[in-house]
Ligand binder design. Structure first.
Ligand SMILES: [Fe+2]
Length: 243
């Protein structure tokens, strides 16, 4: 493990591992994603392939090692960690406890997604269930859930122990777009904890963060920008507390 430059961006949601989900199609594309991310200031990524019942965590670990070795040939200071994006289902807790589903970088944090049309009652039950098992759920692309658009809903999940991740690209559409408007409002009011690329492929959701960083520079203070892009993610890597 190489020491991270303390001033660089850390991405906690990335489908950069090749050939395991709808992310990078092959090693060449994994490297291209890393090179593009690194050119924009990203220096560490938690690879988060979608959980699949057929997926073998040991195979992911091996794959991550070999991809890391190849990426270092082009980006010597680019660090990969392993995690998973976990679609919520009733036996997810058991899968986590048995080690079949992975936390983020071996921490207590997990990246969780729900059906975008999930009712709040079911989402909150799921969050409570995962917190009760000792995990800290980070809700992936919080902007996707209709039930969270109502005022006060993020706060209710936060009180249960959830944290929120929004995609960089969701900040950069037209200001009157309802999704962009919602994301910007939540960020201005400091309700979001992580910005991530959710990178997939070079021609489908590539890592593009520059315009979002420009928006942050104009609209939030430097300390909160650092928390969103790096500080809170670093706390995951250290398995420390995100506030
Ligand atoms: Fe994702």
């Amino acid at each position: 493990m190489r020491e991270l430059d303390r001033k660089k961006i850390i991405d906690i949601h990335a489908h950069i591992l090749p050939g395991v989900d709808d992310g990078a199609r092959d090693l060449k594309e994994s490297i291209a994603l890393a090179v593009s991310a690194a050119s924009q200031g990203i220096r560490a990524v938690i690879a988060t392939p979608h959980f699949s019942r057929r997926g073998d965590p040991d195979e992911y670990r091996q794959l991550l090692k070999s991809v890391q070795t190849e990426i270092w040939k082009s980006c010597p200071d680019f660090q990969l960690y392993l995690g998973q994006e976990l679609y919520y289902h009733e036996d997810l807790g058991d899968r986590l406890l048995s080690g079949q589903a992975l936390t983020l970088a071996d921490s207590s944090y997990i990246l969780v997604e729900f059906n975008p049309a999930e009712p709040f009652s079911r989402m909150s039950r799921g969050i409570r269930n995962l917190c009760g098992l000792g995990y800290i759920p980070v809700l992936a692309h919080a902007e996707r859930y209709g039930c969270l658009r109502e005022s006060g809903m993020l706060e209710r999940l936060r009180e249960m122990g959830a944290l929120f991740q929004v995609n960089y690209e969701s900040l950069t559409g037209r200001w009157y777009d309802r999704d962009v408007f919602w994301c910007r409002k939540q960020i201005r009011e400091h309700r979001i904890h992580f910005l991530s690329t959710d990178m997939h492929q070079m021609d489908h959701r590539p890592p593009e963060i520059k315009r979002a960083l420009d928006w942050l520079d104009k609209n939030v203070d430097a300390e909160y920008k650092k928390s969103l892009t790096e500080g809170n993610a670093r706390r995951i890597l250290e398995d420390g507390a995100v506030r």
